[in-house]
Design a binder for this molecule. Structure first.
Ligand code: MV4
Length: 509
């Protein structure tokens, strides 16, 4: 097993990985930006190193700085978490060059799956069903017109480098194609530096169901069941559950075996997720592979009894998977709420600031993966995920009751959060009987939120909307790809003092 692991991330996922390190006797090494000096992951780490200014492109997205710290601290492995550099093949490449083990797939497997058209080609070769469409980028508008006509409208233009709905445009008829083509290409160029797009048939109101897979470096691949992730807001997952209330044992097996074939075809190792769309007749269609540990991994942990982060570390260290497919069994039901510092009643405006009270739920079937503590100030520079509240129960009804009970126990003051929205979603009849699809929440929000929060286009709300848009734009600018080459920042006395000061000022513990 590894001796020392560098965690190239922050917040709750860095804390989650540190916990696995502690259990395995691995020294956990944190990195932190100027905005994260007093963050929980820094307090919980065995060692912590500064990585630069608050904007992530100058800190958490800097491969050169990470490699410098890995060398200086003597780390033999690196875990990327999710987000930031987790799916950037340059990181496993840089690790390989330095003799540091990357906890994840090879850069080659990542590249094979990073391009959506290459992934579709792999899926085709592996006999995995996918949405009707093409397997290569469309060179020009005239070609798009011919292919769209053959597939039949409505179609979707999707970015080859895509994911998360960026560079995606639905086209209802031929006369909308030219404008959508331009929009999709320019959005793709902007987001990924790659303007290429391809075409898929558009599915109306599908479910988003994903399959967890795990592969070791000895040719063993297993699937660990699905997660239902249809409750999303603008491509951001809000609630996830396992198993999906819609999936039958037959469908689970078919999707699981398809995901395993795909992993084998890609030469995949470590944890991965195959995303599928599922239509009302339970046909499933491959969408893409996420080559990382996912935010929602705890619901799979809850129903399988496995520790996915420890499994990741064992497999990365060259160990064989300790389980075969026959050993995988699902028990009970789990559901996760993503607790964000944001205001659902104000266009989901991010709400950084000091947490004055953080009173956490406990008791039967409750797990809280948190990245915060009372007295800490949520920085405005990052995704404002505070914690994930996960409930487990013998069945879906018990899980729902426990989650509702835990949401009542959870008390947060000082900042606004989305917890009240969860109470409304959990009380919704559609949600309770599992009749949900990928557009359900966006359509339902109008009735779940107070009238004042609806995007009605009323002139009284224009200023708020504009402020929210500017804030969102600033956030996105800060998320942009690593750009300028700045020399690594040396540790400074004032920064260390500041960190110590903020830690000693915090009221808890
Ligand atoms: C689709 C689709 C309908 N038809 N593809 C959105 C993000 C990207 N990963 C794929 N997405 C979709 N692809 C076809 N051919 C609908 C979506 C989609 C969606 C997918 C998963 C979760 C939420 C979604 C919300 C809107 C649209």
């Amino acid at each position: 097993m590894f001796k020392k692991l560098l965690i190239a991330n922050r917040g709750e996922i860095a804390v989650r990985i540190l916990r696995a390190c502690r259990e395995l006797g691995i020294t956990g090494v944190a990195v932190y930006s100027d905005a994260d000096r007093a963050s929980l992951h820094v307090r919980m780490a065995d060692e912590a190193y500064p990585i630069g200014p608050a904007p992530s492109r100058e800190s958490y997205l800097r491969i050169d700085k990470l490699m410098h710290i890995a060398r200086r601290a003597g780390c033999d492995a690196l875990h990327p978490g999710y987000g930031f550099l987790a799916e950037n093949p340059e990181l496993p490449r840089a690790c390989a060059e330095m003799g540091v083990t990357f906890v994840g797939p090879s850069s080659e497997a990542m590249e094979r799956l990073g391009s959506k058209t290459a992934a579709r080609e792999l899926a085709f070769r592996a006999g995995v069903p996918m949405v009707p469409g093409v397997r290569e980028p469309i060179p020009r508008l005239e070609t798009a017109r011919i292919i769209a006509g053959e597939i039949g409208y409505p179609i979707l233009l999707k970015a080859v480098a895509g994911g998360g709905g960026k560079g995606m445009r639905m086209v209802a008829s031929a006369n909308e194609l030219a404008a959508a083509w331009r929009d999709a290409a320019s959005e793709a160029l902007n987001a990924f530096g790659d303007e290429r797009v391809y075409i898929e048939k558009y599915l109306d109101r599908p479910r988003h169901i994903e399959m967890q897979i795990f592969a070791d470096s000895h040719g063993n691949v297993v699937y660990l069941g699905e997660r239902e992730c249809s409750v999303q807001r603008r491509h951001q997952k809000v609630i996830e559950e396992a198993p999906s209330p819609f999936v039958t044992p037959e469908l689970r097996r078919a999707m699981g075996e398809a995901a395993v074939r795909l992993a084998r075809e890609a030469g995949y190792t470590n944890a991965g997720t195959a995303e599928f769309l599922v239509d009302a007749s339970r046909n499933f269609y491959f969408l893409e592979v996420n080559t990382r540990l996912q935010v929602e991994h705890p619901v799979t942990e809850a129903v399988t009894g496995l520790d996915l982060v420890k499994l990741q570390l064992r497999v990365a260290a060259g160990e064989r998977l300790p389980i075969t497919q026959q050993d995988v069994s699902l028990r009970g039901h789990a559901m996760e709420c993503r607790i964000y510092a944001e205001d659902p009643e104000n266009h989901f405006f991010p709400w950084p600031g000091q947490i004055t009270l953080w009173r956490t739920p406990h008791g039967p079937g409750i797990r809280l993966d948190e990245g915060v503590y009372a007295g800490w100030t949520v920085p405005g520079e990052y995704d404002p995920l505070l914690a994930k509240l996960i409930a487990w129960g013998a069945d879906r009804a018990e899980t729902l009751a426990r989650l509702e009970r835990a949401l009542e126990e959870l008390q947060i003051t000082g900042i606004r959060t989305n917890t009240a929205l969860f109470q409304k979603i959990l009380a919704d009849a559609d949600f309770q009987n599992g009749s949900i699809h990928t557009r359900w929440l966006d359509e339902r929000l109008a009735s779940l939120l107070p009238a004042s929060a609806k995007d009605s286009g009323a002139s009284s709300e224009t200023l708020e909307i504009r402020v929210a848009m500017i804030a969102a734009a600033l956030w996105h600018v800060n998320q942009a790809n690593p750009a300028g080459e700045h020399p690594p920042q040396p540790t400074s006395q004032w920064r260390d003092d500041g960190r110590r000061e903020q830690i000693s000022r915090t009221p808890d513990r």
